[in-house]
Design a protein around this ligand. Structure first.
Ligand code: NAD
Length: 323
């Protein structure tokens, strides 16, 4: 098998590329470097600089490298930006996927893995979110992920491509400091950013109907997430693999924002109290995955805890930002 990993120079993509290469798969990466960092990839993984919207480049790449499977992570991922620029998000995330699937079908590639997100669920009022929980995304970003899943499944059926959609919950941590998330869009780097600026962490709302009043999330270590991709890739390459699978990738354990901020204080040694600000519109009180289907279908369960996520993320933050 040779796998093309789109978004392979990104935070999650580089983890996936490395773990798959370490497991003996042939891997090449494609990334337009809009957010990617080339040196996240070891030199033995070729990086093609270009966009998933460039059908000709995809065609050439598939032929030159005899690609037999695709892991599609390339996407724009900022919820707020997607609200301000919905057409751009649909063009990149849905248009890019359609172009890619067309090239995949034309090249006769039969395995496809898609990066989806818990954002497809929106704000469901359930204790554990299962894959049968109705989807109601609350942002154009979430809509592009849900539309993407529909497109992946429809193309799979039409062209005989076996597909897996992984719905990631809140990704954190780093397998090595140089692989850390360099963006400041998720809660862990956001708190690090505040502390590095000598400012108190912010908590948006402490009057939610949760045990300590702050929002509860399901955090997943990026190294566990990368292992889930390897498990999904192995499922796709098993003899006779057909059809589609859509599965949550989380730990099935809720951690409140206040618990997370306290843990970050312990790890960084900066225990200044958080400031509580008003709720942000659209934040669900609780979003925790049922991890049962992933265990059953992929034989995969997360192994790393939240402290390991925060510690490894902090090592990465200090490498990139000091502190
Ligand atoms: N980080 C999270 O918490 C999270 C949660 C759920 C889902 N996801 C999804 O996981 C995937 C990877 O996210 P990430 O956190 O690693 O983000 P990231 O921004 O670090 O990685 C995305 C990569 O894709 C590249 N890219 C973007 N558009 C492209 C295009 N049209 N063609 C080629 N390359 C392109 C970027 O340069 C970047 O390297 C995305 O699809 C994202 O929506 C992430």
């Amino acid at each position: 098998m040779t796998w093309l990993i789109t978004g392979g120079a990104g935070y999650i993509g580089a983890h996936v590329a490395r773990i798959m290469a370490d497991a003996g798969e042939r891997v090449i990466a494609l990334d337009d470097l809009s957010a990617g960092v080339p040196h996240r990839l070891p030199t033995d993984i070729p990086l093609i600089q270009g966009s998933s919207l460039d059908g000709e480049l995809l065609k050439r790449t598939f032929a030159e490298h005899t690609v037999t499977g695709v892991v599609h992570l390339a996407a724009r991922k900022q919820v707020g930006e997607s609200v301000a620029q919905p057409t751009h998000y649909y063009q990149e995330n849905v248009g890019g996927l359609a172009t890619l699937l067309e090239a995949v079908a034309e090249a006769g590639i039969e395995r496809f893995l898609f990066s989806s997100s818990a954002a497809v669920y929106g704000n469901p009022d359930v204790d554990l979110i299962t894959e049968d929980t109705p989807c109601a995304p609350m942002s154009p970003y979430g809509e592009t992920k849900l539309t993407g899943e529909w497109l992946v499944r429809a193309a799979g059926r039409a062209h005989g491509i076996a597909t897996v959609c992984l719905r990631y919950f809140n990704v954190a941590g780093a397998a090595a400091p140089e692989l850390a998330d360099t963006g400041v869009f998720n809660v862990v780097p956001m708190v690090f950013d505040r502390l590095t600026r000598d400012e108190a962490p912010r908590i948006f709302g402490d009057d939610y109907p949760t045990p300590d009043g702050t929002c509860v999330r399901d955090y997943i270590h990026v190294a566990d997430l990368a292992e889930a991709h390897l498990a999904a890739a192995r499922r796709l390459t098993a003899a006779g693999a057909t059809g589609d699978l859509t599965v949550n990738i989380g730990r099935g354990e809720g951690v409140s924002v206040r618990e997370l901020v306290t843990l970050i204080g312990e790890v960084t040694g900066d225990t200044r109290p958080a400031i509580v600000e008003p709720r942000r519109p659209g934040d669900a009180p609780r979003a925790v995955a049922s991890a049962a289907l992933a265990a059953k279908e992929l034989g995969w369960t997360a192994r790393r805890g939240v402290r390991e996520m925060v510690e490894s993320a902090w090592r990465g933050w200090r490498l990139h930002h000091g502190g």
